[in-house]
Every structure is written in C-alpha cells, then in structure tokens.
Design a protein around this ligand. Structure first.
Ligand code: HEM
Length: 168
C-alpha cells in the first residue's frame, strides 16, 4: 500500500508550517522528544537490568516492573506526540528515509514486545512466582534474561535509528 499521501498531507498541514517557521517551539519539542526518551528508555532499562540482576537487586523485581509501567506509557505518549511534530517539518524527507522506516519498525516491534512477551515473561519470573504463587508457572531464569536483553536491543536500535535520521 502506498502511504506517501500521509506524508504529503503532513507536509502541507499547519503543524508543518509551525514546525518550519518557529525555531523556538521546535527546539522545545525536540527537548520533549529527548526527555520522553530518557523517561521511556530509563524505565525500561531499570526493569531489564533488574531482571539481569545488575541493579537494585535488593528490591523485588515485581515492585520495579509495576512501578515503572505508568512512566513507560507516559514516556511513550510524549515521544510519539513530539515525534509527529518533528516529523511534520521534514515529512517528505522521512517518506523515503530508510533509517526512519527502520525506527518505525523497531518502535512497532518494541511496543508489541513490551505489551506481550515482556510483561507475560516478567510476571512469571521465578522469584515473583516464588513469593506469590506456584512454582509451576515460573519461566526459566535464562528466558527472563533473554527477554531483558532482547528488549534492550530493540529500544537501543530505535534510539540509534532516530539519531541516524539526522546524519542521513
Ligand atoms: C511515532 C514515533 C516517533 C516519531 C514520528 C519520531 C520522529 C523523529 C524525528 C522526525 C526526529 C528528527 C530527526 C532529525 O532530523 O534529526 C527524531 C529524532 C530522534 N528520535 Fe524520534 N520519533 C519517534 C519516536 C522515537 C522513539 C520511541 C525514540 C527512542 C526510543 C526516538 C529517539 C530519537 C532520537 C534519539 C532522535 C535524535 C534526537 C536529536 O538528535 O536531536 N524517537 N525523531
């Protein structure tokens, strides 16, 4: 399906006009994009490194996963809204930019992974099940660690492709 019309529509929108003409607003939205990334990736990294037994090993992992969830969603909303604004300024460049498409594919994969595999596996981490319920539901520790590494890799690739758009 040809979706270039979406980029043409964005390019001709008032949002694009504002993004191109107001450097001050654009800089602030750029700052929001980066701060949202810090929030989103910071919270993800915290949960993943906990599952790899690198940080906060004295805190139960389910406490960390539960308490970071809300901030992950807030970060996601902030980064998507600010990203659309930034994209409106260079919509026609992005339509054919392979790093942008790699980033969008990574973002879609990251969200699906987060809501399905990561949350399902982390809620069945051996130590969580050990304190709350039957051991039979627990997944193997190596599976939890593999999920943590996969999640870190996916979001790193999204951020790296985001930065690379500027160099391309
Ligand atoms: C719908 C979602 C998103 C859209 C439409 C979007 C769009 C953009 C655009 C247009 C730029 C400016 C590229 C340039 O000209 O330098 C950018 C920069 C960037 N984005 Fe995103 N983005 C989104 C989500 C994300 C996510 C989820 C991350 C990280 C996890 C991310 C990380 C970055 C980074 C690191 C930069 C470079 C910032 C800079 O050098 O100032 N973006 N994004």
């Amino acid at each position: 399906m040809d979706i270039v019309f979406i980029f043409e529509w964005l390019d001709a929108s008032w949002l694009s006009e504002l993004a191109r003409t107001s450097a001050g607003v654009f800089s602030m939205v750029q700052a929001v994009h980066i701060l949202s990334m810090i929030m989103l990736c910071g919270m993800l990294i915290l949960g993943d490194l906990r599952m790899l037994n690198v940080v906060l090993t004295g805190v139960p992992s389910d406490v960390i996963i539960q308490n970071t969830k809300k901030w992950i969603y807030i970060g996601l909303v902030g980064i998507i809204l600010s990203g659309i604004y930034e994209a409106s300024a260079i919509a026609m460049k992005l339509a054919t930019n392979s790093f942008f498409w790699a980033k969008m594919a990574g973002l879609a994969m990251g969200i699906v992974f987060l809501l399905s595999v990561r949350s399902a596996v982390y809620s069945r981490a051996p130590e969580v099940i050990g304190s709350n319920g039957p051991q039979s539901d627990a997944v193997e520790a190596w599976v939890v660690k593999l999920v943590a590494l996969a999640n870190l890799f996916i979001w790193f690739s999204v951020a790296a492709n985001g930065r690379w758009i500027g160099f391309s």
